[in-house]
Design a protein around this ligand. Structure first.
Ligand SMILES: *Cc1c(COP(=O)(O)O)cnc(C)c1O
Length: 434
């Protein structure tokens, strides 16, 4: 598999280089040069395959030329050792639950796949690899879980001070060993800028080997196309057009969905649902991209004011009218989000987390105009990750799943810094073991 940079179509590198580098040299994001299309016959028979067989077939089609078949098969089996169930809520509304992985958020999918790919591609190198990641809450812990105790790899998690939930913070800061949590006085966007600066710092990269585990890394993107296939497989026999609503922040999840569509999965429509950080819904209306500074909401993993993956989406849809047609944008306030969580809990006994709730709202609004469709919304986090918020909105008490309880009992360890580039560089250099 070869990839190109969104900023320069002639800048072509191998998948290995793209995964190890994270961001292209020119600051662009890597995109697949060719997307092999799966046959209609394969699509028709999706449901005959087990999850592992299905994901392996898709991965083989896409990146089969980059490693031996058995290695790829082992990676798929290991990464997806949890369920991705489709739950029927009511009428033609389904929840695709992506939160059954080790850190209880959909980020586990991309982070686990990326860590295995990176470990494979980097297996013969002897220089320490520094993996930096900016997180609005869930990415950091998924990445930490994926790389914990992997020899030769140091992980640096940058997160915005005071803007992640108590349990999310525990999941970021209690690892130790090769995982360092850096608490930045600033927003998620500030953290993301710091990461991009690290990756494009030629002087630093001459000394250290640095990569990013953010959704800008193409290894995160690829597996985020898989669960669209497995969920589609379960619903296609109903014989109606299928629509997906994706709760979006940096738009990596939705970009994975578009990738699935480009591989031949006949998804009718995507709904991009955001909180009040609505840069993309606004862009879909006006054609003007106006990044903003991010505003804090109860769906904090989507508090992104300058979504990185828009650049990729623009490459998937080079003509703006196609972009507008392929993705419907909706945005919601915290008030609307809380109300729908109460409503769905009361009527159907289902606990939405604040992110899934935003997607549920988007899907409901879209389906008002297109009633003859089957709607799937992505439930991207376990509600217990946002225990305080969910409990106060629903007036219930939530039991912590055991995997969260373990983190809650550990002691937070982080390095608190101002939003200052050189300080981050100093921390990273101090952990360089070469
Ligand atoms: C990261 C995240 C999102 C947003 O996903 P993007 O790929 O950044 O659009 C939504 N929900 C949860 C729970 C997340 O952790």
């Amino acid at each position: 598999m070869q990839v190109y940079s969104t900023r320069n179509h002639q800048q072509i590198v191998s998948l290995k280089e793209a995964v190890v580098r994270g961001l292209a040299e020119d600051g662009g994001l890597y995109m697949p040069l060719h997307i092999p299309i799966l046959s209609p016959d394969f699509i028709k028979n999706l449901s005959k395959l087990s999850q592992t067989e299905l994901f392996y077939a898709i991965a083989q089609n896409m990146i089969g030329d980059t490693m031996p078949p058995q290695t790829l098969h082992d990676i798929i089996e290991e990464v997806f050792n949890f369920d991705l169930p489709v739950v029927h809520l009511h009428d033609a509304m389904y929840s695709l639950e992506l939160f059954h992985g080790p850190t209880l958020a959909f980020k586990d999918v991309g982070a686990r796949f990326m860590s295995r790919l990176l470990a494979y591609f980097y297996r013969n190198e002897n220089q320490t690899l520094q993996v930096v990641v900016a997180t609005s809450g869930d990415t950091g812990s998924a990445v930490a879980a994926g790389f914990y105790e992997v020899p030769g790899i140091q992980v640096f998690i940058l997160y915005p001070k005071g803007k992640v939930s108590y349990l999310q913070e525990k999941q970021l800061t209690t690892w130790g060993k090769n995982i360092t949590a850096i608490e930045v006085e600033g927003t998620f966007d500030d953290c993301q800028v710091l990461v991009k600066q690290l990756l494009s710092d030629t002087e630093l990269n001459a000394k250290l080997k640095i990569t990013s585990a953010n959704s800008i890394n193409i290894a995160r993107l690829i597996p985020q196309s898989f669960y669209y296939f497995s969920s589609f497989a379960q619903l296609q026999s109903l014989g109606k057009p299928i629509v997906y609503a994706v709760p979006s922040g940096n738009f990596g999840n939705l970009t994975g969905g578009i990738l699935a569509q480009k591989m031949g999965l006949p998804i009718r429509q995507y709904v991009a649902a955001t909180n009040i950080n609505d840069v993309v819904p606004q862009y879909l209306k006006s054609g003007l991209y106006q990044p903003q500074s991010s505003k804090a909401t109860i769906s904090n993993a989507m508090d992104v004011g300058a979504p990185s993956n828009l650049e990729r989406l623009q490459h998937f849809f080079p003509h703006f009218p196609d972009f507008q047609k392929g993705i419907s944008g909706y945005s919601y306030t915290d008030q609307q989000t809380s109300e729908i969580m109460q409503d769905v809990y009361r009527k159907y006994g289902y606990i939405l987390d604040p992110h899934g709730a935003v997607a549920y709202l988007g899907l409901t609004d879209y389906r008002k105009e297109h009633p003859d469709t089957i709607g799937v919304f992505l439930e991207t986090a376990h509600p217990a990750k946002f225990k305080d918020t969910v409990e106060s909105i629903l007036g219930i008490s939530l039991a912590l799943p055991e995997s969260l309880q373990v983190f809650a009992n550990k002691e937070k360890k982080s390095i608190c810094i101002d939003n200052h580039y050189q300080t981050v560089v100093d921390i990273i250099q101090s952990k360089n073991l070469n």
